[in-house]
Design a protein around this ligand. Structure first.
Ligand SMILES: [Zn+2]
Length: 316
């Protein structure tokens, strides 16, 4: 396949949105990685981002002309949205049915990272989609003015998701890289091992209620334990430990001090799960009772405050 990759803006006076982060920098970070990844799997890539332009229209027409001149198979324009700081998520624009079919798996992969699905949309108002002569999509990766999206965003993960969605290939590291691949299912992957160790430390069990074997092997047990944790924390329960899941795991492993009426969210959901309280993410009286009971069982002062001693027992 020959891909035309367009890193949105980056060509003054064609500059992008400024939110918590700057769109120009984000499209460049994702685009550079995406190009590398596609090339690493022997796809041909034409970088359609112009180096200079006299106007915004000139910048846009240069992108289109490059794609048309090189007769790329698929044109991909990378952008980041901005609105009012409150809206978040991912949307992809296409014009033809073929474009929309190309957009769908890309969107699905990005949504798997934890971004809100704002759907594939009709983009006949977009210059680069209207004027390219091949199937073309414009990806609004997420909102650069949304704290939620910018917390979740990782350029490497975003580029991987787009590459996988475009090609249907897996770009996961180490998975297919062993040339002497006689027993592919038993390859130990450091990232999976780290996940198994973390889940065991958090006392998260698999679908059969068992602790995980720490062997670095990607298997159903690890996936189901990951889903278990994701459900407890109210994350997208896809069984894949992406940035959102790792962010949550690391937040819990950082063992913050948690007190009634001072905490909410992921940490509280986890503590409610451990204490057998209703899981709603708010540390109210019910959670307090459950925590005190747990502390009493551990032989600790039952004060309802989760500090180093309680965390020590929870992870012990
Ligand atoms: Zn843009």
């Amino acid at each position: 396949m020959k891909f035309g990759i367009d890193m949105g803006h980056n060509t003054p006076p064609d500059t992008g949105a400024r939110g918590i982060k700057v769109e120009d920098q984000l499209t460049k970070a994702v685009g550079t990685r995406l190009i590398e990844k596609l090339k690493s799997r022997n796809h041909r890539v034409i970088n359609c981002t112009p180096s200079r332009a006299t106007s915004v229209l000139n910048s846009l027409s240069k992108r289109v002309n490059t794609a048309n001149w090189h007769r790329v198979d698929v044109f991909v324009s990378l952008h980041f949205n901005a609105f009012n700081g409150k809206v978040y998520g991912t949307e992809i624009y296409g014009v033809s049915d073929t474009s929309k079919k190309i957009a769908k798996p890309v969107l699905d992969k990005i949504v798997k990272l934890g971004f809100f699905n704002r759907k594939v949309k009709h983009g006949s108002h977009l210059y680069v989609l209207r004027n390219t002569r091949m199937p073309a999509i414009l990806i609004e990766c997420c909102f650069c003015d949304s704290p939620k999206d910018m917390e979740l965003f990782d350029a490497e993960a975003m580029a991987t998701a787009i590459a996988e969605g475009l090609t249907g290939e897996s770009f996961e590291k180490d998975l297919n890289s062993d040339p002497d691949d006689s027993a592919p299912k038993t390859i130990s992957i450091p990232e999976i091992l780290k996940l198994q160790q973390a889940l065991n430390k958090l006392k998260i069990v698999d679908k059969d209620g068992k602790a995980l074997e720490e062997n670095g092997v990607k298997n159903r047990a690890t996936e189901s334990a990951t889903q278990n944790l994701q459900s407890i924390l109210n994350l997208n329960a896809d069984g894949i430990a992406g940035p959102a899941t790792w962010g949550a795991i690391n937040q819990i492993l950082s063992q913050p001090i948690v007190r009634e009426n001072h905490a909410a969210g992921i940490i509280v959901r986890y503590l409610q799960y451990r204490g057998g309280a209703d899981i709603d993410g708010i540390y109210g009286p019910g959670t307090n009772r459950a925590i005190r009971k747990l502390q009493a069982q551990y032989g600790l002062v039952a004060d309802g405050i989760i500090g180093p001693a309680t965390w020590g027992k929870l992870f012990g």
